[in-house]
Design a protein. Structure first.
Lengths: 1020, 529
């Protein structure tokens, strides 16, 4: 599957920089040629709105003569007698009229009703949905409109079967976690390739309101044209291009309040004290609180829940968007600006939060019949401000501290609570700030030339420049009158990073219909992509006076945090596609891409990725005329290969890094050389996917469904943390030895119906994916300390691995007769968790008694959207959820008195085992070594994280145009909306069931928020 | 015509910024070009030094013994190994094993390649090799001491080889270590200022004496110590001339007493162990707490033990070996603040935020650690202090112990060793300083106690308990903190901290890590694990 060649086999041309510049000049030249003939004229209008249509194509049937309607929807064309004029426009049904001798001929166009005629974006082109033979999910702009979210990916969640989006944290500026059809790699990148108008970009930085449509290329057939970058799936985002005609202005405003969804609930102060005493006594230690003290705690009730102290009750969020579009006969444009302002839930400083500005201009110009150009430019600038510490540690501390300790004393001074040398609220309030400033410019120019009627050449050049910098000014905190505070040091750090991504593509599109029955389309392309990343960072310690935190004012350079470097990578690609259809019934397609990547050694640069697909449109067969209610029936099958190149750089070389702070000899720094582990033979990860699908539509496609089954085999999967014996002295080099299978199905149903004057629509989707390690490289890998996972043949990647609990020991007799639990020297006691002795040797040992206990991957992910429209009122309800998932949370987030800490005690710890409460939820309370038995890694800590969530609900009213017209307003809509309003979950520990990040395993995650908002949209 | 140009230009567009697929490394070289200059050998050698000891591992080591208790499960769960709740999967055991073999690999990389380096003079090359071989011997000693037989890897090996290699009998590992340390005696006695901290001849000899001490080879130990002390074969070595307490302070790093240490410096290569040692009122967490057993082992200033009637349990710290206060922060200790003022630390029950068990930051024994306290530490927590691995005082103690075992310990040797140490410690009472007339077993006891007091918290206690075979007594049963009298009838009111279990049939050797045996079927396990 791999071929080796070092230079471009197709083109060997290289021109000077000067020549490149001439290109831009040429693109500007309008070389339209006008033909003069005898004329007929008329106006083209929309049948529904009666507005004139600008830019409709007016052609003479059977000839190549054509023109377009102008700004007033008017056309003039020279025609011979008795010819037929055809008027067509995207999204409308074509109309034909025979010239009858009059000099005027008007046309009324009707919008295309049949959703199968829909044109959707595919790799390097578009295709009619009806002619698709591969699995592509698609949504339009309606998904992104008027939702109280800050990024496009949040809006996409639950809308496309097989696209799994998890919001790990709602902290302003944090992205989401996206996977398409499971995970096919052990440690390489799992993020899909996101292309915005053909250029790689970030789904979290784009203004959601700019999006016209999103296509998700799910199977290898549709994605293979992106070759080595497509193994995680491809998301194609197309932005709004604007329509010619009257200038249209739209303005949207939304204002909402965010609140945390789920939060742990704490035991009251006196309950805490009683339980603490109980735990101490159970652990052979003296009780700490006297009955008098406990009585005093009764008076303070709940006490101080530190988690509530570090978060606000609510925080505002707003978005504004202004878009203008319009244009003339030849040129159309869409210009937009957007603004997001999301405050953080963290206390301490009103500045905490995200502000993002987006601006975009898209211009399309038909320079002539044969030549058109499109230029697009977008800016996104976000500023995220937060505390100068680490969110997870602030949450960790706030979770652990018992409710009996106040956050401030009676004099208003921040306390240093027991168990801590800092105070999270003090850090939030007085500890300085960190600012992330990210600026991105993405721009592209493309030119399309119809060489002959069926052959189009398209050149594309795009650049994406991302400038990220962050500035951290950490202030020292004086905890007086308390001593022992650990925040005595001020520091300032700046980090700059710049990434430039360049992409040029040249594609040749050919389409030909031979006779009535055979149609062909073909695509050939070459592409070149390169990335250059530079960064540097500097940190200084000691800012006199704790103010003016800039590097220049720092006293001592922190050498280990002062560095800079850079890296480059490049890919060169050749690709092609061919489609053939016979009578529109039998469709076949083939794709191939050859990619050369700099990430591998010279012998391994190149990889080839082919795919094939075919479909049978049964509904087009004559025999189907007997079933007129079936408006569409198509079966599809596809096979293809795609690769994953997101595997790090220079892994094929044994590199020697010289660390300038390796050691010091009598306070003199000394350089040290460190050798990496290398594998010269490193190559692509390759995924091979088989997909079968059915598309069906009934009753003129008012009811439609799509069902897909797939199996994806990932081979040559990189494994870089293979366990090697310690005596080898370092980690293992990365090797292409793993294999993973992902199997799944996806089901989508759409239903449109009316009851009286009310129009309804239902869109529902559900999908499942199961991954299985099919080759672990010959070695089972057990990893993790808090949460232990296993990578083993026959089981999902990183399955939970631990002991299986078997209730609690009820008495000394049971302990004596049960398997020996020797997590601490003294052994188990009544009330401790009993574990299953898997190998029956009478002793519980992690080595031989652990079970595979599920995994964190979501199954049965679903989305359900219902919309209704009646007399200007509109309602939409969007429910999203996960049918099956388990989540292992460890540490202070779930354990009473985690390890040797004083806290926490949550509400669900109250139902703990005591001799009087043998059927408790929670084992007996213990502290320190005494807890070793119950804190052992077991399924006791694995919870059911399935959920159903009212993701979005929206109720709007559009004022009838008869009122707004007088004000020159085309549309005025006001609405109320809520995001994440209701969540049904069985998670007992009080966290959000969606959390999914490294920090999620200990609960140290900024909560997912619910938002209630009001908004309005005005179109002029 | 135009068409042709446009096609050419569109193609040009694609090759805008034509890239080579062999993108160059921008911040480092590959090993294809390494080893081409003397500096490369030096850089490879320097990277062996940080492996000598991980600061946290060094500091937590003492909590494996009866001198200290760690309440936290930091330090790779040292606590669980100390109390006997461990098996072959224990992280500490795996970490010690792995980190030593990482260090050995760094040494092997240099030793395998140093001959390729052009322009490196013979003398310098021999010195570099001797440094690396001595560091490697240090690693093997720690492995041998903990695990007994261990695989002996003396060159860089492949992963394949690492899954096949079996354990080399301890006697061969021992002989290897001794041979390497003999070779290392080509090293200089001392270095110029910018190289201070490198392995010296004295360090190699003292390490060899320590290795032999663990084998009870008294004659050999006595000979090496004699060569160091009396014959000055490694140059002029002596005790640090200042106070015992100041010996460990950063302003006195690299003093004459230091034979081997792990070097640190402020800001750029700091160690963060102070957080584990100091009281909460200074910003510490007190993860490491000296035990009552250690405090009790210090002599009274009259040279007697606390069994002497002059000892008063109510004023336990009065008239004691001054090293107690230099080593342990106890109730009433004075600690110097960064600005030169002093803070009194109160650890008695209910005496404030530093008091025993007053919070989860405070000590569970009533003691904190004074020995390594660095008032100049950045943010009170990050110190540039060196951690001393071998010092001259230990040479004196090894000499005393060996001579006593050989029954040739006279007042001459006493004055040269124990008296010298006690004088430096600040004893003045003649009863403590003069050569005692006691039985040989009593003399053994005196020397062992001296060793404990002098070297407390420096990580050697567990090695001593193993070689004396006293661990089954010292590491069995409760360790205690100060007398709180919360339960006056239990252990005379001294607070119980942890109940430990030590099984002499298996605990004298650690198990070979399970993770290692899973990958290498040729590795046998130690008895009873």
């Amino acid at each position: 599957m791999r071929k080796t060649h070092h230079t471009s086999p197709i083109f060997g041309i290289y021109l000077s920089q000067k020549s490149r510049l001439i290109l831009s000049f040429f693109i500007m030249i309008n070389f339209a040629v006008l033909h003069a003939q005898n004329s007929i004229s008329g106006i083209v209008k929309d049948g529904k709105t009666s507005e004139t249509i600008i830019g409709a194509t007016v052609s003479i049937k059977g000839t190549s003569t054509a023109t377009m309607t102008d700004m007033d929807g008017a056309y003039t064309i020279k025609v011979p007698a008795n010819s037929v004029i055809v008027v067509s426009y995207v999204g409308y049904e074509s109309v034909e009229k025979t010239v009858d001798g009059s000099t005027t001929l008007d046309f009324i166009l009707k919008e295309e009703q049949n959703i199968l005629k829909e044109v959707i974006v595919v790799g390097y082109g578009t295709q009619k949905k009806a002619n698709l033979s591969s699995a592509i999910g698609n949504v339009g702009s309606e998904v992104f409109e008027n939702k109280p979210v800050t990024s496009a990916s949040q809006s996409l969640q639950g809308t496309i079967a097989g696209l799994v989006i998890q919001q790990g944290s709602s902290e302003p500026g944090q992205g989401t976690n996206i996977t398409i059809r499971g995970i096919g790699t052990f440690q390489s990148g799992t993020y899909p390739l996101v292309l915005i108008d053909g250029l790689e970009g970030s789904i979290d930085n784009i203004n959601p309101n700019d999006i016209e449509s999103v296509s998700v290329l799910k199977d290898a057939s549709s994605a293979a044209v992106y070759g080595s970058r497509a193994a995680n799936g491809v998301i194609l985002i197309t932005t709004k291009m604007g329509k010619s005609g009257k200038t249209r202005v739209s303005y949207d405003y939304l204002y909402g309040l965010q609140q945390p969804t789920n939060m742990p609930k704490y035991a009251k102060a006196w309950e805490y004290a009683e339980l603490r005493n109980e735990a101490l006594i159970n652990s052979g230690l003296p009780a700490k609180f006297t009955p008098d003290q406990i009585n005093d705690f009764r008076k303070i009730g709940q006490g101080t829940v530190w988690l509530n102290e570090i978060y606000r009750e609510n925080a505002p969020q707003s978005t504004q968007n202004l878009a203008v579009e319009g244009g003339g006969e030849k040129t159309s444009y869409h210009v937009s600006i957007g603004n997001v302002n999301q405050k953080s839930l963290f206390e301490g400083n009103d500045a905490y939060g995200l502000k993002r500005n987006n601006a975009r201009i898209n211009i399309h110009s038909k320079l002539s019949e044969k030549f058109s150009i499109t230029a697009s430019g977008a800016y996104n600038g976000s500023v995220t401000k937060e505390h100068a510490y680490w969110t997870n540690w602030l949450i960790e501390q706030a979770t652990r501290i018992p409710v009996i300790y106040p956050v401030k004393d009676e004099n208003g001074n921040f306390t240093l609570p027991s168990g801590s040398n800092s105070n999270g609220l003090a850090r939030l309030t007085k500890g300085g700030m960190r600012t992330y400033q990210n600026d991105g410019f993405a721009g592209s120019i493309s030119a399309e030339w119809s060489i002959i009627k069926d052959l189009k050449l398209k050149g594309f050049f795009g650049a994406n420049l991302a400038d990220n910098n962050n500035h951290e000014f950490r202030k020292s905190i004086d905890y007086a009158p308390y001593t022992g505070g650990g925040d005595n040091e001020s520091s300032v750090m700046d980090r700059f990073e710049r990434t430039l991504l360049l992409n040029s593509t040249l594609t040749l599109n050919y389409s030909k219909k031979i006779g009535e029955n055979h149609s062909f389309t073909g695509l050939l392309g070459i592409s070149k992509e390169s990335s250059d990343r530079r960064w540097f960072q500097a940190r200084k310690i000691g800012i006199p006076g704790n103010e003016f935190g800039v590097l220049g004012n720092g006293q001592i350079t922190d050498e280990s945090n002062t560095y800079g470097s850079g890296e480059e990578w490049g890919i060169q690609s050749y690709f092609g596609r061919i489609n053939y259809s016979y009578k529109d019934r039998y469709l076949v397609e083939g794709n191939v891409r050859a990619d050369g990547s700099s990430r591998f050694s010279s012998g391994n640069h190149w990889g080839v990725f082919p795919s094939f697909s075919g479909a049978w449109r049964i509904s087009k067969e004559n025999f189907m005329q007997a079933a007129p209610y079936i408006s569409n029936l198509k079966i599809r099958a596809s096979w293809g290969q795609v690769g994953n190149q997101d595997i790090g750089l220079y892994k094929y070389l044994r590199t020697v890094s010289v660390n300038t702070q390796a050691y010091s000899f009598k306070d003199n720094l000394a350089n040290g050389a460190y050798f990496s582990e290398a594998n010269q033979d490193l190559s692509w990860e390759t995924s091979q996917m088989l997909d079968f699908g059915i598309d069906a539509g009934f009753f003129n496609n008012k009811l439609a469904f799509t069902l897909d089954f797939y199996s994806k085999d990932s081979k040559n999967v990189l494994v870089n943390n293979l366990p090697v014996p310690g005596i080898y002295g370092s980690g293992a080099p990365t090797q292409n030895i793993g294999a993973i299978n992902n199997k799944g199905w996806e089901f989508t149903v759409n239903y449109l119906f009316n009851t009286g004057k009310v129009k309804h629509s239902i869109n529902a989707n559900i999908s499942d994916n199961v991954n299985e390690v099919t080759d672990d490289g010959g070695r089972t890998l057990i990893s993790g300390t808090d949460v232990v996972t296993i990578l083993k043949n026959g089981f999902p990647i990183n399955s939970y691995y631990g002991l299986k609990s078997d209730g609690f020991f009820q008495n000394a007799n049971e302990v004596a007769n049960g398997p020996k639990q020797n997590f601490n020297a003294a052994g188990a006691k009544p009330g401790d968790i009993r574990y299953i002795d898997r190998n029956g040797d009478g002793v519980i040992k992690e080595e031989d008694d652990r079970f595979i206990l599920g995994n964190p991957f979501p199954r049965y992910t679903y989305g359900f959207t219902y919309t209704a429209n009646w007399n200007g009122l509109d309602l939409s309800i969007f429910i999203q959820g996960v049918g099956k998932r388990s989540m292992w949370i460890r540490g202070e987030g779930v354990e009473a008195f985690h390890n040797s800490n004083e806290g926490p005690v949550m509400d669900y710890h109250i139902d703990r085992w005591t001799p009087a409460n043998p059927n408790a939820e929670y084992p007996r309370l213990t502290i320190g070594t005494e807890s070793a038995n119950n804190a052992a890694k077991s399924d006791f800590w694995i919870e059911d994280a399935s959920y159903l969530r009212l993701k979005n609900i929206q109720l709007g009213y559009t004022i009838p145009t008869r009122f707004t017209d007088q004000l020159g307003i085309a549309k005025f809509r006001a609405y109320v909306t809520g995001q994440n309003l209701v969540t049904l979950t069985k998670l007992k520990s009080g966290y959000d069931p969606e959390v999914n990040s490294a920090e999620a395993s200990n609960g140290r995650v900024y909560p997912v928020t619910k938002v209630v908002a009001i908004g309005l949209s005005v179109n002029f | 015509m135009k068409t042709k140009y446009i096609v050419i230009l569109l193609i040009t567009c694609v090759f805008w910024g034509c890239e080579n697929l062999d993108t160059p490394l921008q911040d480092k070289e590959s090993d294809l070009t390494f080893w081409d200059k003397p500096e490369d050998a030096l850089n490879a050698l320097n990277s062996c030094y940080p492996d000598l000891y991980n600061a946290d591992q060094f500091i937590f080591n003492e909590s494996l013994s009866d001198n200290s208790y760690t309440k936290s499960n930091n330090g790779s769960l040292v606590r669980d190994v100390a109390n006997g709740s461990y098996d072959a999967s224990s992280p500490l055991i795996r970490d010690v094993w792995n980190s030593r073999y990482v260090g050995i690999k760094h040494c092997n990389i240099l030793l395998d390649n140093i001959n390729k380096v052009p322009g490196l003079g013979n003398e310098l090359k021999t010195r570099y090799m001797a440094e690396a071989r001595a560091i490697r011997a240090f690693h093997y000693f720690i492995l041998m001491n903990n695990f007994g037989d261990v695989p002996l890897v003396t060159k860089e090996i492949s992963i394949e080889e690492s899954t096949k290699i079996s354990r080399t009998p301890k006697s061969e590992v021992l002989q290897f270590i001794l041979n390497e340390l003999d070779f290392a005696q080509v090293l200089p006695n001392s270095y110029a200022s910018t190289d201070k901290g490198r392995f010296t001849k004295g360090a190699a000899m003292a390490l060899k004496a320590r290795v032999l001490l663990c084998e009870n080879r008294w004659e050999d130990v006595a000979n090496i110590c004699d060569a160091l002390i009396n014959k000055q074969q490694a140059g002029n070595l002596d005790l640090f001339s200042g106070s015992y307490a100041d010996l460990f302070k950063p302003q006195n790093k690299n003093n004459i007493e230091v034979l081997l240490d792990v070097q640190f410096m402020p800001i750029n290569r700091e160690q963060g162990t102070q957080y584990y040692l100091i009281p909460p009122s200074l910003g510490g967490f007190a993860a490491i707490s000296p035990t009552q057993e250690l405090a009790d082992s210090y002599l009274l200033s009259n040279g007697k033990t606390i069994a002497d009637p002059s000892y008063n349990e109510l004023t336990p710290y009065a008239n004691r070996d001054p090293r107690l206060d230099a080593t342990i922060i106890r109730h009433g200790s004075q600690l110097e603040n960064p600005n030169g003022s002093f803070t009194t630390i109160n650890t008695a029950l209910g005496s404030g935020s530093d008091a025993i068990n007053s919070s989860s930051n405070s000590t569970p024994t009533g003691y904190y650690v004074a020995k390594f306290y660095d008032k100049t530490a950045r943010n009170m927590l990050y110190s540039g202090s060196n951690l001393i691995l071998i010092r001259y005082a230990e040479v004196l103690l090894m000499y005393a112990e060996a001579k006593a075992k050989l029954n040739t310990f006279t007042s001459t040797e006493w004055n040269l060793t124990i008296k010298k140490l006690r004088t430096r410690a600040g004893f003045t009472n003649a009863n403590a300083l003069n050569f005692p007339t006691v039985s040989s077993s009593e003399m053994d006891e005196i020397i062992r106690r001296e060793r404990r007091s002098e070297l407390a918290m420096e990580g050697l206690r567990i090695m001593d308990l193993r070689r004396w075979k006293t661990a089954e007594t010292a590491l069995n049963g409760w360790v205690h903190g100060i007398k709180t009298n919360e339960a006056p009838l239990i252990d005379n009111g001294y607070i119980r901290v942890e109940n430990r279990i030590f099984n002499p049939a298996k605990n004298y050797l650690w198990p070979i890590p399970q993770s290692e045996r899973d990958l290498n079927k040729n590795l046998t396990q130690n008895p009873n694990w």
